[in-house]
Design a binder for this molecule. Structure first.
Ligand code: 5GP
Length: 249
Protein backbone atom coordinates (compact mmCIF):
# COMPACT_ATOMS: atom_id res chain seq x y z
CA UNK A 1 0.00 0.00 0.00
CA UNK A 2 1.21 3.55 -0.67
CA UNK A 3 2.72 5.08 2.49
CA UNK A 4 1.07 8.50 1.90
CA UNK A 5 -2.42 7.06 2.42
CA UNK A 6 -1.88 5.67 5.85
CA UNK A 7 -0.93 6.81 9.31
CA UNK A 8 2.61 6.19 10.51
CA UNK A 9 2.41 5.30 14.22
CA UNK A 10 6.10 4.78 14.91
CA UNK A 11 9.38 4.80 12.99
CA UNK A 12 12.15 2.64 14.45
CA UNK A 13 15.74 2.18 13.24
CA UNK A 14 14.81 -0.49 10.68
CA UNK A 15 11.01 -0.80 10.78
CA UNK A 16 7.95 1.44 10.46
CA UNK A 17 4.63 0.72 12.16
CA UNK A 18 1.48 1.81 10.33
CA UNK A 19 -2.12 1.91 11.46
CA UNK A 20 -4.22 -0.93 10.03
CA UNK A 21 -7.83 -0.71 8.87
CA UNK A 22 -8.55 -3.42 11.48
CA UNK A 23 -8.84 -2.55 15.15
CA UNK A 24 -6.12 -4.06 17.40
CA UNK A 25 -3.86 -4.68 14.41
CA UNK A 26 -0.91 -2.84 12.85
CA UNK A 27 1.19 -3.19 9.69
CA UNK A 28 4.94 -3.53 10.18
CA UNK A 29 7.10 -2.43 7.27
CA UNK A 30 10.67 -3.80 7.24
CA UNK A 31 12.94 -1.18 5.68
CA UNK A 32 16.33 -1.76 4.07
CA UNK A 33 18.06 0.30 6.76
CA UNK A 34 20.66 -1.32 8.96
CA UNK A 35 22.33 0.20 12.02
CA UNK A 36 24.85 -0.77 14.68
CA UNK A 37 26.23 0.76 17.86
CA UNK A 38 23.05 2.59 19.03
CA UNK A 39 22.59 3.91 15.47
CA UNK A 40 26.17 5.33 15.21
CA UNK A 41 26.77 3.24 12.05
CA UNK A 42 23.96 3.37 9.43
CA UNK A 43 23.43 2.08 5.91
CA UNK A 44 20.68 1.12 3.49
CA UNK A 45 21.16 -2.29 1.90
CA UNK A 46 18.90 -3.46 -0.91
CA UNK A 47 16.91 -6.62 -0.02
CA UNK A 48 17.68 -6.46 3.71
CA UNK A 49 14.05 -5.73 4.62
CA UNK A 50 12.91 -8.48 2.27
CA UNK A 51 15.17 -11.05 3.98
CA UNK A 52 14.16 -10.00 7.49
CA UNK A 53 10.41 -9.98 6.89
CA UNK A 54 10.55 -13.45 5.28
CA UNK A 55 12.73 -14.91 8.04
CA UNK A 56 10.71 -13.30 10.86
CA UNK A 57 7.38 -14.41 9.41
CA UNK A 58 8.68 -17.95 9.02
CA UNK A 59 10.11 -18.19 12.54
CA UNK A 60 6.97 -16.63 14.09
CA UNK A 61 4.90 -19.25 12.22
CA UNK A 62 7.13 -22.05 13.53
CA UNK A 63 6.69 -20.71 17.07
CA UNK A 64 2.88 -20.41 16.70
CA UNK A 65 2.75 -24.02 15.46
CA UNK A 66 4.56 -24.98 18.66
CA UNK A 67 2.22 -23.14 21.01
CA UNK A 68 4.00 -19.77 21.45
CA UNK A 69 1.78 -16.69 21.14
CA UNK A 70 3.25 -14.14 18.72
CA UNK A 71 1.94 -10.92 17.21
CA UNK A 72 2.27 -12.32 13.67
CA UNK A 73 -0.91 -12.60 11.57
CA UNK A 74 0.20 -12.75 7.93
CA UNK A 75 2.83 -11.75 5.44
CA UNK A 76 1.32 -9.08 3.19
CA UNK A 77 4.15 -8.47 0.75
CA UNK A 78 7.92 -8.76 0.48
CA UNK A 79 8.41 -6.05 3.09
CA UNK A 80 5.28 -5.97 5.24
CA UNK A 81 3.48 -8.13 7.77
CA UNK A 82 0.12 -7.70 9.45
CA UNK A 83 0.33 -8.19 13.20
CA UNK A 84 -1.62 -7.79 16.41
CA UNK A 85 -1.17 -4.39 18.01
CA UNK A 86 0.79 -4.65 21.27
CA UNK A 87 1.78 -2.30 24.01
CA UNK A 88 5.51 -3.03 23.97
CA UNK A 89 7.46 -3.69 27.17
CA UNK A 90 10.79 -1.74 26.94
CA UNK A 91 12.99 -4.78 27.57
CA UNK A 92 15.46 -6.51 25.28
CA UNK A 93 15.27 -10.11 26.41
CA UNK A 94 18.54 -11.73 25.42
CA UNK A 95 19.09 -15.48 25.48
CA UNK A 96 22.59 -16.95 25.00
CA UNK A 97 23.62 -20.53 24.21
CA UNK A 98 27.27 -19.73 23.47
CA UNK A 99 29.53 -17.13 25.11
CA UNK A 100 30.36 -14.46 22.55
CA UNK A 101 29.60 -10.80 21.76
CA UNK A 102 29.25 -8.35 24.62
CA UNK A 103 29.41 -11.16 27.18
CA UNK A 104 33.14 -11.55 26.46
CA UNK A 105 33.75 -7.83 26.84
CA UNK A 106 32.04 -7.64 30.23
CA UNK A 107 32.82 -10.97 31.94
CA UNK A 108 35.73 -13.44 31.99
CA UNK A 109 34.05 -16.12 29.86
CA UNK A 110 36.09 -18.42 27.66
CA UNK A 111 35.15 -17.49 24.05
CA UNK A 112 32.59 -19.85 22.46
CA UNK A 113 31.96 -21.75 25.73
CA UNK A 114 28.60 -23.56 25.59
CA UNK A 115 26.22 -22.09 28.16
CA UNK A 116 24.13 -24.77 29.82
CA UNK A 117 21.62 -23.75 31.01
CA UNK A 118 21.34 -20.80 28.60
CA UNK A 119 21.81 -17.30 30.02
CA UNK A 120 18.79 -15.02 29.98
CA UNK A 121 19.51 -11.34 30.38
CA UNK A 122 17.29 -8.27 30.42
CA UNK A 123 18.53 -5.00 28.89
CA UNK A 124 16.60 -1.75 29.12
CA UNK A 125 15.51 -0.71 25.60
CA UNK A 126 16.68 2.85 25.89
CA UNK A 127 19.23 4.42 23.51
CA UNK A 128 19.75 7.44 25.77
CA UNK A 129 21.06 5.14 28.52
CA UNK A 130 22.72 2.75 25.98
CA UNK A 131 20.49 -0.25 26.78
CA UNK A 132 21.89 -0.98 30.29
CA UNK A 133 21.51 -4.46 31.73
CA UNK A 134 18.77 -4.67 34.37
CA UNK A 135 17.95 -7.09 37.15
CA UNK A 136 14.53 -8.04 38.51
CA UNK A 137 14.69 -5.44 41.31
CA UNK A 138 15.48 -2.56 38.93
CA UNK A 139 12.78 -3.71 36.47
CA UNK A 140 10.18 -3.75 39.26
CA UNK A 141 11.38 -0.42 40.72
CA UNK A 142 11.11 1.20 37.27
CA UNK A 143 7.63 -0.38 36.98
CA UNK A 144 8.55 -1.99 33.65
CA UNK A 145 7.11 -5.40 34.62
CA UNK A 146 5.95 -7.37 37.65
CA UNK A 147 7.74 -10.44 39.03
CA UNK A 148 4.99 -12.69 37.62
CA UNK A 149 5.45 -11.13 34.17
CA UNK A 150 9.24 -11.56 34.35
CA UNK A 151 8.86 -15.21 35.36
CA UNK A 152 6.49 -15.75 32.42
CA UNK A 153 8.84 -13.95 29.99
CA UNK A 154 11.76 -16.17 31.14
CA UNK A 155 9.68 -19.32 30.70
CA UNK A 156 8.46 -18.35 27.19
CA UNK A 157 12.00 -17.31 26.17
CA UNK A 158 13.46 -20.70 27.17
CA UNK A 159 10.67 -22.44 25.25
CA UNK A 160 11.39 -20.27 22.17
CA UNK A 161 15.11 -21.07 22.49
CA UNK A 162 14.40 -24.81 22.44
CA UNK A 163 11.96 -24.64 19.49
CA UNK A 164 14.15 -22.40 17.33
CA UNK A 165 17.46 -24.11 18.21
CA UNK A 166 15.95 -27.48 17.16
CA UNK A 167 14.38 -26.00 14.01
CA UNK A 168 17.55 -24.22 12.89
CA UNK A 169 20.08 -26.98 13.65
CA UNK A 170 18.11 -29.30 11.36
CA UNK A 171 18.80 -26.72 8.65
CA UNK A 172 22.51 -26.38 9.39
CA UNK A 173 22.34 -23.29 11.60
CA UNK A 174 23.44 -22.91 15.25
CA UNK A 175 21.31 -20.45 17.23
CA UNK A 176 24.13 -18.80 19.20
CA UNK A 177 22.12 -16.02 20.87
CA UNK A 178 19.17 -13.73 20.20
CA UNK A 179 17.17 -10.77 21.41
CA UNK A 180 13.40 -10.81 21.83
CA UNK A 181 10.88 -8.08 22.61
CA UNK A 182 7.52 -8.73 24.21
CA UNK A 183 4.35 -6.70 24.50
CA UNK A 184 0.85 -6.97 25.93
CA UNK A 185 -2.30 -7.39 23.88
CA UNK A 186 -5.58 -5.61 24.70
CA UNK A 187 -6.35 -8.30 27.31
CA UNK A 188 -2.97 -7.98 29.03
CA UNK A 189 -1.54 -11.26 27.70
CA UNK A 190 2.24 -11.35 27.18
CA UNK A 191 2.89 -11.85 23.47
CA UNK A 192 6.13 -12.10 21.49
CA UNK A 193 6.53 -9.08 19.21
CA UNK A 194 9.10 -7.26 17.07
CA UNK A 195 11.17 -9.57 14.83
CA UNK A 196 13.43 -12.60 14.84
CA UNK A 197 15.93 -12.15 12.04
CA UNK A 198 19.69 -12.04 11.42
CA UNK A 199 19.51 -8.45 12.76
CA UNK A 200 18.46 -9.73 16.19
CA UNK A 201 20.17 -13.14 16.41
CA UNK A 202 23.60 -14.68 16.00
CA UNK A 203 23.39 -17.53 13.55
CA UNK A 204 26.43 -19.68 12.73
CA UNK A 205 26.91 -22.26 10.00
CA UNK A 206 26.98 -25.57 11.94
CA UNK A 207 29.95 -26.87 9.92
CA UNK A 208 32.12 -23.85 9.24
CA UNK A 209 30.96 -21.59 12.15
CA UNK A 210 30.69 -18.76 9.61
CA UNK A 211 28.34 -15.89 10.65
CA UNK A 212 24.98 -15.50 8.89
CA UNK A 213 23.99 -12.38 10.83
CA UNK A 214 24.49 -8.71 11.62
CA UNK A 215 27.95 -9.33 13.12
CA UNK A 216 29.20 -9.20 9.49
CA UNK A 217 27.98 -5.59 9.32
CA UNK A 218 29.09 -4.75 12.87
CA UNK A 219 32.62 -5.87 11.94
CA UNK A 220 32.54 -3.73 8.75
CA UNK A 221 32.78 -6.75 6.43
CA UNK A 222 31.09 -7.16 3.04
CA UNK A 223 28.37 -9.65 2.15
CA UNK A 224 25.80 -9.10 4.87
CA UNK A 225 22.76 -9.36 2.58
CA UNK A 226 24.19 -12.46 0.84
CA UNK A 227 24.44 -14.08 4.27
CA UNK A 228 20.83 -13.09 5.11
CA UNK A 229 19.73 -14.55 1.73
CA UNK A 230 21.41 -17.83 2.71
CA UNK A 231 19.31 -17.89 5.88
CA UNK A 232 16.15 -17.27 3.81
CA UNK A 233 17.10 -20.22 1.63
CA UNK A 234 17.79 -22.47 4.60
CA UNK A 235 14.63 -21.71 6.64
CA UNK A 236 11.85 -21.34 4.05
CA UNK A 237 10.13 -24.34 2.45
CA UNK A 238 10.41 -24.81 -1.34
CA UNK A 239 6.77 -23.73 -1.67
CA UNK A 240 7.43 -20.50 0.28
CA UNK A 241 10.51 -19.76 -1.83
CA UNK A 242 8.46 -20.00 -5.01
CA UNK A 243 5.65 -17.86 -3.54
CA UNK A 244 8.03 -15.05 -2.50
CA UNK A 245 10.39 -15.26 -5.51
CA UNK A 246 13.42 -16.26 -3.47
CA UNK A 247 16.53 -16.59 -5.56
CA UNK A 248 17.87 -20.12 -4.89
CA UNK A 249 21.51 -20.04 -3.71
P1 5GP B 1 25.36 -8.80 22.52
O1 5GP B 1 24.89 -8.38 23.87
O2 5GP B 1 26.34 -9.93 22.59
O3 5GP B 1 25.84 -7.66 21.68
O4 5GP B 1 24.06 -9.36 21.75
C1 5GP B 1 23.43 -10.57 22.12
C2 5GP B 1 22.36 -10.91 21.09
O5 5GP B 1 21.27 -10.00 21.21
C3 5GP B 1 22.82 -10.80 19.64
O6 5GP B 1 22.17 -11.82 18.90
C4 5GP B 1 22.34 -9.43 19.19
O7 5GP B 1 22.02 -9.43 17.81
C5 5GP B 1 21.10 -9.24 20.04
N1 5GP B 1 20.96 -7.83 20.49
C6 5GP B 1 21.33 -7.29 21.67
N2 5GP B 1 21.04 -5.99 21.73
C7 5GP B 1 20.48 -5.69 20.55
C8 5GP B 1 19.95 -4.48 19.99
O8 5GP B 1 19.93 -3.41 20.62
N3 5GP B 1 19.46 -4.55 18.73
C9 5GP B 1 19.46 -5.71 18.02
N4 5GP B 1 18.97 -5.72 16.75
N5 5GP B 1 19.92 -6.88 18.52
C10 5GP B 1 20.43 -6.86 19.77
Amino acid sequence: MSDVNRELLYAGKAKDIYKSENENEVIIKFRDDITAGDGAKKDTLSQKGYCNVLISAKLFKVLEENGVKTQYIELLSTDEMRTKSLEMIPLEVICRNIATGSLLKKYPFEANKELKPPIIQFDYKNDEFHDPMLNDSIIKALEIATQEELDEIREITLKINKILSDYLIERGIILVDFKLEYGKDSEGNIILGDEISPDTTRLWDSETYENFDKDIYRKGEEGVVDAYLKVVNLVLSDEEKVKWNVEQI
